[in-house]
Design a binder for this molecule. Structure first.
Ligand code: GLN
Length: 536
């Protein structure tokens, strides 16, 4: 069967949840047994988002194959429960880079290289090659940005041309503002957005309408009339209690059937078991048996997107344990002063210290880790959160008063965290960290790590330049810090634990592997410890 395509385009404004709509379409196709894969287009001229500050672009997501990609890949993987690859991420930087090197090699001899047809052909052939390589039944292409932007205009043109060669279904995600005074959903902006797409030669099959409240029949009718499409093709995308309900919501509206029909795909039998357990997880997320409070401590907390995977990993673990997770966001830079009041942690059942780069906020993290350890609050440290767990332990238990990471305290005598050997000669920044899936062994059966994973050989994703300094393994071990995870060659420390209570840090980012249908084991263990503490 030739691959079919769905293209998701956003109108009017960003932040409408295009990634969640794309993921819901992917999940629906997956429920029907089709092999569906995403492609994401980002118009920026960076090769990838790895060198951007999280405040610019939210979290940098890392795949098994070492690619640093847009955070939407996190949403796709969390819905699809599949490990994706970096070639599915197409950026302006990658496209222009390859066009220019092709031109220098003489790939276009005699020609003037232009956006149309050279760049658009490059896009189409990349997508076709991906579809063939991955033997996809359907590729669901999310176009980053908004219709009308200069950045993605050539990509939209390429999608129009894709539609001339293949079966392509276009979805226009739009926004319906509601005027509070009259409670009326206004369709004019959506009409204008739709018309912009028509100008680009694309006639959407569906208009998906984001709005806080349910789409009113009158609104649907009006939009259908002005956009000249059937009413059943105007799809309600109201706020959901959990975003994982969106595929089920779309299916209740019959969007799945129309989509399959438009793609010319048979309505193959739906995997009812899969849908049923998804629905049960949604139920547990929306009305859980119990609740715990978890503090997420970070240095980029003013933009919650910086920690999307951590937050979602807690949701997944909550769905597994039938527990609602109330999150308190803690900006660590506010805790740099040792005299800070820690009473906000009084009702907290678990603390997660997240990854990050640079000095700001790290002393606050050390203070908070100390508070968690000495108050017996379950603790999970992710990457930087593990490194600072080592620093805290070295300073306050092992008596190495000025211990620090060489990333921050270059003057410190005890650099208990130091640059990886493999990083010492690295000078350029893009894609040069220790990245991607790395294998790890958990030799100690009575450790939190082993009990969480239930096996000794595991693999997790990484993104760091610094590591536990082996010169301190013995000294910190003697002081009671447990080393419970190592790389296969035993050279690098991957997991450390406090000798008592629930405290674990990992050099990896287990949150990047957490899925709604397969929560990250360490997050499940953290919640179990938090539940115990709450019940005690
Ligand atoms: N900055 C630290 C390092 O590079 C931690 C990285 C992270 O938390 N992802 O090792």
């Amino acid at each position: 069967m030739p691959t079919k395509y769905v293209v998701v385009l956003g109108s009017l404004l960003s932040g409408l949840g295009k990634g969640v709509v794309t993921s819901s379409v992917l999940k629906i196709l997956d429920f029907y047994g089709y092999r569906a894969l995403p492609v994401k287009f980002d118009g920026y001229l960076n090769f990838d988002c790895g060198t951007m500050n999280p405040y610019q672009h939210g979290e940098v997501f890392v795949l098994d194959d070492r690619s640093e990609v847009d955070m939407d890949f996190g949403i796709y993987e969390r819905f699809l429960n599949k490990d994706l690859t970096g070639d599915l991420s197409i950026t302006g930087g990658k496209l222009f880079g390859s066009i220019i090197s092709k031109e220098r090699e003489g790939g276009y001899l005699g020609q003037t290289v232009q956006i149309i047809p050279h760049l658009t052909n490059e896009i189409i052939s990349r997508i076709e090659a991906l579809a063939a390589k991955k033997s996809a039944d359907v590729m669901v292409i999310e176009v980053g940005g908004t219709v009308g932007d200069i950045e993605n205009s050539y990509f939209i043109e390429a999608m129009r041309q894709l539609g001339l060669k293949h079966d392509v279904v276009f979805i226009n995600l739009t926004y319906l503002p509601t005027l509070d005074v009259v409670g009326e959903q206004k369709t004019k902006p959506a009409q204008i957005g739709f018309r912009l797409l028509l100008q680009d030669g694309i006639r959407p099959n569906f208009i998906v309408c984001r709005s806080p409240a349910a789409l009113l029949d009158a609104t649907k009718e009006k939009l259908a009339l002005f956009a000249n499409i059937g009413m059943e093709r105007v799809i309600d995308d109201r706020d959901q209690e959990t975003l994982y309900n969106l595929p089920l919501h779309f299916m209740e509206l019959g969007f799945d059937k129309l989509l399959l029909d438009d793609l010319g795909l048979k309505r193959r039998s739906l995997d009812r078991g899969k849908v049923g357990s998804w629905r049960e997880s949604v139920r547990r997320t929306v009305s859980p048996k119990r609740e715990v409070r978890i503090a997420i401590v970070g240095k980029y907390t003013h933009l919650k997107d910086s920690y999307a995977s951590v937050k979602e990993a807690l949701v997944h673990a909550g769905a597994r344990t039938d527990t609602g997770v109330r999150i308190s966001w803690i900006e660590s830079s506010e805790y740099e002063d040792g005299k800070k009041d820690y009473s906000v942690f009084d009702g907290i059942d678990g603390v997660v210290v997240t990854g990050g780069f640079g000095t700001r906020g790290t002393e606050g993290m050390v203070n908070i880790i100390n508070h968690a350890r000495t108050s017996g609050i379950p603790y999970l440290g992710l990457c930087l959160g593990m490194q600072l767990m080592v620093v805290e332990y070295a300073r306050n238990v092992a008596g190495l008063k000025d211990a620090n990471s060489s990333e921050f305290g270059n003057g410190a005598r005890h650099k208990v965290i130091a640059l990886l050997d493999s990083q010492k000669r690295v000078t350029s920044k893009g894609g040069t960290m220790r990245l991607g899936a790395q294998e790890c062994v958990l030799p100690e059966r009575d450790s939190i790590a082993y009990r969480a994973y239930g096996r000794a050989a595991i693999s997790e994703r990484h993104r760091h330049r610094y590591e536990f300094n082996n010169a301190y393994r013995k000294r910190l071990g003697q002081a009671g810090l447990r080393i419970t995870g190592l790389t296969r060659d035993r050279k690098l420390v991957e997991f450390v634990e406090w000798p008592s209570g629930f405290g674990i840090g990992t050099q990896s980012h287990p949150e990047l592997r957490s899925r709604f249908e397969a929560p990250a084991p360490l997050f499940v263990s953290l919640l179990e410890a938090a539940i115990k503490r709450r019940q005690a």
